[in-house]
Design a protein around this ligand. Structure first.
Ligand code: FES
Ligand code: FES
Length: 176
């Protein structure tokens, strides 16, 4: 029998008290228990990045982590990044550069790129090489490498890179 436990998840600034099977992934908690369907289930195995969300500002594949591990964390999904009146700069840039076709990968691409730009600025994680720390002027190849966990079946990569570049170039030193 499944083991159930109470879990309080704070998503986009709102606390939710849930009762979850201990094995429920964060992705399933978001989609099935909180009706936040922006995060997509592409592979459910950590291979595609469609499920990427931010935990305390760091990007994570929500299909690979258990919801119960994230009590007390600040979880941000695509639904929490902007509003229709005030898009997040990366949402605006993806629109401006046609950074999507079917749109399936887009929430994950945008959450991942928000996390990626702040990693780069903060010098986190440690595998980021010294010469890139704090620099926003990536080459396109660097952006693709840092975004390699996010697949796009429509191959919108050139436009995705262009969108991220626009924000990287314009936001050096600012908070995303
Ligand atoms: Fe999580 Fe593919 S659904 S990485
Ligand atoms: Fe279709 Fe990326 S826009 S999968």
């Amino acid at each position: 029998a499944p083991q159930m436990l109470p879990v309080r998840l704070t998503v986009n600034g709102t606390a939710h008290d849930l009762t979850l099977d201990t094995r429920t992934t964060l992705l399933d908690a978001l989609r099935e228990h909180l009706d936040l369907n922006g995060s997509k289930k592409g592979c459910d195995h950590g291979q595609c990045g469609a499920c990427t969300v931010l935990i305390d500002g760091r990007r994570i594949n929500s299909c690979l982590t258990l919801a119960a591990m994230h009590e007390g964390d600040a979880i941000t999904t695509i639904e929490g990044l902007g509003t229709e009146e005030q898009l997040h700069p990366l949402q605006a840039a993806f629109l401006h550069h046609d950074g999507f076709q079917c749109g399936y990968c887009t929430p994950g691409q945008i959450c991942s790129s928000v996390g990626m730009l702040s990693e780069a600025k903060a010098g986190w994680p440690s595998h980021v090489t010294e010469d890139l720390v704090g620099k926003a002027d990536f080459t396109d190849a660097e952006i693709r490498e840092r975004m390699s966990g996010n697949l796009c079946r429509c191959s919108a990569y050139p436009n995705i890179v262009a969108a991220i570049r626009e924000v990287a170039d314009s936001s050096a030193g600012t908070e995303l």
